[in-house]
Design a protein. Structure first.
Length: 247
């Protein structure tokens, strides 16, 4: 119980700092892509910031693993966190660090009970659009056959891809760019499903609430009718006793 309390305290304590680090990672990831070509010192600073943020999330995972009372269960139930921590070590690509950071900050955000589903979905949409645009721009800008050359083109492509509209005026030509497109399409479908399920759950909850209120009113009316019936029976009994006393 004390270990679980320690883990909960640690998660509450580190939630905001890790989210702030995630914002720093977003800036460090975006600057070299938007400011192209960036200077060597600026690129080095941004790369160092990205690795520092990843190291902070990795350290957070290790600390939570140490203080949890059931480590095997923690690893089994937090396998996404583990994959996100190990992912950048397999191949030191900036895109892998971006994916792992998105996964980790998303996992920590879901632990916060004060963050509602709509806020989380809106944040996920904005994050996916931003990182998707930057990622596809970074891999398609120098492609000989690519037509995504500017940030505006990348943002427009991300919107049409996430909404599965796909006008076709802009499309990735590299293998990595197409992988990003697949990820955005699947994410867009998943987020649409979450929103649809949330709306359906709201309507169901409203209907159930109305049904409960209707049943409560029906039961109250039935109880009142039973009380009236008993009261009438009592009045009739008292009236009968009075008639007997008079006779």
């Amino acid at each position: 119980m004390n270990d679980q309390s320690a883990q909960a305290r640690w998660e509450r304590l580190t939630q905001r700092p890790l989210l702030a680090l995630a914002v720093a990672f977003a800036v460090a990831y975006a600057v070299p892509i938007v400011d192209n070509p960036a200077s060597r010192s600026l690129t080095l600073l941004c790369t160092t910031t990205e690795w520092v943020v990843w190291a902070a999330f990795a350290l957070d995972y290790l600390i939570r693993l140490v203080i949890t009372p059931r480590r095997r269960e923690f690893v089994r139930t937090h396998w996404i966190d583990l994959c996100a921590v190990v992912l950048p070590l397999l191949q030191p690509l900036r895109l892998l660090r971006m994916v792992s950071t998105l996964l980790l900050v998303g996992r920590r955000a879901r632990m916060a009970s004060q963050i509602r589903l709509t806020t989380y979905v809106a944040g996920a949409v904005v994050g996916l659009l931003m990182f998707g645009s930057l990622a596809v721009l970074s891999v398609e800008r120098d492609s000989p056959k690519g037509n995504i050359r500017t940030l505006g083109d990348a943002v427009w492509w991300s919107f049409t891809t996430m909404t599965t509209v796909g006008y076709g005026d802009h499309a990735p030509t590299t293998g990595l760019g197409r992988m990003i497109a697949v990820g955005l399409m699947l994410s867009g479908i998943a987020l649409l499903g979450v929103v649809t399920a949330n709306i359906a759950a709201w309507f169901i909850a409203r209907f159930e609430k109305d049904d409960v209120e209707e049943r409560r009113q029906t039961e109250a009316i039935a109880a009142l009718a039973e009380e009236v019936r008993l009261l009438r029976a009592e009045v009739a009994r008292l009236a009968g006793e009075r008639e007997q006393q008079r006779s």
